[in-house]
Write a protein that binds this ligand. Sequence first.
Ligand code: MG
Length: 399
Amino acid sequence: MKMHSNLTMICGWLACASGALAADNVFHGPTFYGDAPDAHHAWAIHDANRPQPLIVTPGTVSTQEQPGKPPSDAIVLFDGTDLSKWEADTGVGVPTKWIVKDGAMECVPGSGYIRTKEKIGDCQLHVEWAAPIHVQGDSQGRGNSGVFLMGLVEVQVLDNYNNPTYADGLAGSVYGQHAAMANALRPPGQYQTYDIIFRRPLYAKGGELLEPGYVTVYENGVVVQDHAVIEGETGHQARTKTMHFPEAGPLKFQDHGNPVRYRNIWYRQLPRRANDGGDDGYLTTEATTAKRAEIAASIRADADKMTGANQTVARTLRYAESLVYTRDDATYQKVEAALLEYVAGIAALPADQVGAKKDEVKHLRDVCRYLAKWKIVPDDYAPKAKLDQAVKDHNWDKR
Ligand code: MG
């Protein structure tokens, strides 16, 4: 409740008449509110300057008869009509011998793996597959294919409906590395869905591992891999070896001699992690400094545009806000001078007009307290002392 009342007060002061979240998807408050940025975090807590995420229209869920619609920002790799985004795994531009039938792409046994022409790195991937309705073979010989992330890491595709096999080779396993945590398969012939979140391993310039790769897999909505560490390429019989992953690679589906079908294949690119050049999350001190300077510059540029006669206070606050991210002497002096001028203006107001300034003065006083708390200004900052005094003189903390 406290947070709500503070928010209401601050937003009210900033005259954010349309409410906290405006229709333009820009959030207008609060400011000088949560913990300030530090050496590893470029944003303050609850930072109104932190960019809003992309607006995504969600897709729809598939039924057996009908594939669902992908989310609005998905990159569709196969929509049931053609293989224009795919090629044989034998060479660039070599046509695949897999076929399109009844809205699905189907493995023609002996034709080899199929792969995307484009290279894909960290992603959210959606794949639907169906094993042949006519059951043949057992264990690894029944409805076997595979989703190869970056062409290197196989999330197993296998008809394990009433068909046991080794646990690290079950459908939904990371083949040979991580057993599937559940067997949530539907009978053969029916479509199964895989929703996969994939992060490749990251390496420092010197080649040492910076952050492991991870894969999370939902099989028909049931989690079967939970942020499983990717140690290296998957393979048969042999223990994997750590290896250097490139930035991206083609998505491949395996030809394991069974006519497995795929449909409704799409992915969404994921934002870069902090260790991968991303600018959000726990950053290095260098990256944090650079990002804070960028945020401060952007806020100052915004303040520069606030030239209206009635924007003096708002402009000063915006300049002050920029100091929370990066010290800039010229801006610091500008803010201090403007605040002192403001206090002098308040002192000169006739008694019947000063009451209308109560909320504004208190807010500026609170801003100064925030700046002092985070060592952006000294404790004895002159505007802070004068604003404190003005609030005290008018007994505004009590009334
Ligand atoms: Mg396989």
